[in-house]
Each structure stands twice: as structure tokens, then as C-alpha cells.
Design a protein around this ligand. Structure first.
Ligand code: SF4
Ligand code: SF4
Length: 136
């Protein structure tokens, strides 16, 4: 019963397609090589400066590169020696919720060896059954 309720809640209330499963291994990889999406992936320093006024999280980031996707950031709160977050207890919600399926929508992937996985809420079979019921 709880499983059914959870599935309904995720699919129809939260409108999610994936469950996040697993646990963080505190490797710090997701705090490096970050893309920032605000309507679109941030491409210029000017866009980024405007974004920094909107949320304190963005003030933690520094530009380290630019590639075909956009500007690449790393977080200044990452301790490079321990690979731990220096503000772990006070880290922003966006960090607590990582990874979310929006990551896929912006063409991203989970960091290598991340302890989390995003698994589809509906199996391929579920989706196929739904389609065949509609066709009948
Ligand atoms: S605030 Fe901490 S958890 Fe969030 S990106 Fe920075 S180092 Fe990582
Ligand atoms: S990449 Fe995954 S396992 Fe590593 S710190 Fe980020 S959430 Fe945790």
C-alpha cells in the first residue's frame, strides 16, 4: 500500500519520473565540474554575475572552465584535501537534494562512482502496458 502511495505521489504530485536510491559516499565529485542552469545553461560571466544576486549558493561557485555545454564551475566550499564540504551542516537545499532528474534534462550525468542512482519509477513494461491500453 505504501509503495503504491509513494509511486502515485512521485508520479502525479511531484511529477517525477525517477526515484533517487543509494547514499552519498562523500567523494566531493559533484562539487566540481558543475554546470549551472537557469532557464538555459549559463554561458557568460555577465549572466553568472546576475544569477549570483538571486541565490547565495551561486556566490559559492567560481568559474574554472568553459566547454561546449557552457561555463564550468567548482564550489569554493569544497575542501580539496579531504574532499568534504566545509559547510556540510549548513549546505544549501540544492546540495541536499542532489542528484535530481533535472540533471538528465540538461544533458548531464551523475558524477563517476556516485553512490546514488536514479531509477525509473515506471518500468519499461508499465509504460508499454499503458500505451497498449490506450491503443485498444
Ligand atoms: S556547498 Fe558543499 S555540498 Fe554544496 S556544492 Fe559546495 S562543497 Fe558541495
Ligand atoms: S558525487 Fe555522489 S557520492 Fe560523491 S559527493 Fe556527490 S552525491 Fe555524494
Amino acid at each position: 500500500m505504501f509503495k503504491k502511495f509513494k509511486k502515485f505521489f512521485y508520479l502525479h504530485i511531484l511529477r517525477r519520473k525517477y526515484y533517487r536510491v543509494g547514499a552519498c559516499k562523500a567523494c566531493g565529485r559533484c562539487c566540481q565540474k558543475i554546470y549551472v542552469k537557469h532557464k538555459q545553461v549559463i554561458q557568460t560571466e555577465e549572466e553568472f554575475k546576475r544569477l549570483q544576486l538571486l541565490h547565495p549558493f551561486y556566490t559559492y561557485l567560481k568559474i574554472i572552465d568553459k566547454d561546449e555545454t557552457g561555463l564550468v564551475f567548482e564550489c569554493t566550499n569544497l575542501d580539496k584535501e579531504t574532499m568534504k564540504c566545509k559547510i556540510h551542516k549548513k549546505r544549501p537545499g540544492i546540495c541536499r537534494r542532489y542528484p535530481q532528474e533535472e540533471l538528465f534534462l540538461m544533458g548531464g550525468n551523475l558524477a563517476e562512482h556516485c553512490g546514488y542512482k536514479l531509477v525509473p519509477i515506471e518500468s519499461f513494461e508499465d509504460v508499454l502496458n499503458k500505451i497498449s491500453k490506450k491503443v485498444k
